[in-house]
Design a protein around this ligand. Sequence first.
Ligand SMILES: Nc1nc2c(ncn2[C@@H]2O[C@H](COP(=O)(O)OP(=O)(O)OP(=O)(O)O)[C@@H](O)[C@H]2O)c(=O)[nH]1
Ligand SMILES: [Mg+2]
Length: 287
Amino acid sequence: MEIDSIHHFPGHMQKAFRSLERLLSLVDLVVEIVDARAPKATRNPFLREAISKKKSLVVFSKTDLADPSVTKLWAAKAKADGNDPVLLDLSKEKALPIVSKAIEPLLKAKREKEARYGMKRQKSRLLVVGIPNVGKSTLINNLAGSRRAKAANRPGVTRSEQWINLPGDLMLLDTPGILPSSYDDARAALRLSLLGSISEQVLPIEDLGRVLFGFIKENYPSALSSRYGLEDVSSLHADFVLDAIASSRGFLLPGGNKDREKAALALLKDFQAGKLGRISLERPDDA
Ligand SMILES: Nc1nc2c(ncn2[C@@H]2O[C@H](COP(=O)(O)OP(=O)(O)OP(=O)(O)O)[C@@H](O)[C@H]2O)c(=O)[nH]1
Ligand SMILES: [Mg+2]
């Protein structure tokens, strides 16, 4: 891996990747996880280049929260780009058989070499990487299952890194590689904050709620009907909707006015938890 050879690499990214460099040097395979609701915004744009010499697998997490028809479009695009992704609902599915199967073709050259030289099957070492909140820890726990407790130190590597043996000659590093979010693009920043994956306030909560409502009104107009009883939102103004939410939840300010900030926060939390149905924030055909 040659971090120094990457051009147009902003300083803070370079610094973050430097600290990841050691983790990356310990493994053969990188499992990059992105959020299916915004697979572009939740992807670090420099990872591909930084790991260009490594085998890697892309996992879409939270597919249970994303719009299935949009996820299909993303998966087709990624496949066409040569990164056939694995789609997972980590809240319900067992990831190990699915990930193991997807990894097998990536190990083909290694297996062939072992066979050629009559060598024993070597273990393949995996590192899960991704920006904050995409589900790295959930994926590691899901893959490791009860094996996690049995993690043992291996001589020769730093103590703090535990390796977990998985079936199929795989070893998983139990520390994920945390990648920095990239939000040079204002829309990506907005999507990351709607997903609750960056703590920086790109907008005040009330405005974030208005943006989310605008998006829902345009793309998922019936999403607010069961939760808030708002049947047809196509003609409604965001503030009217925030007031309606505030009324139904009893969010009132001391003078009796509706607390739109609290209403906006409730709307955001409901969206993030999937209570408004399956919603994707990004489509591959967005400009
Ligand atoms: N519904 C659903 N929730 C998920 C899924 N994967 C992860 N989550 C939830 O998403 C949240 C973030 O998951 P984590 O595993 O903590 O994410 P992380 O990448 O380790 O986050 P950091 O450690 O903060 O970088 C948690 O509340 C998880 O329960 C999924 O596939 N479906
Ligand atoms: Mg984590």
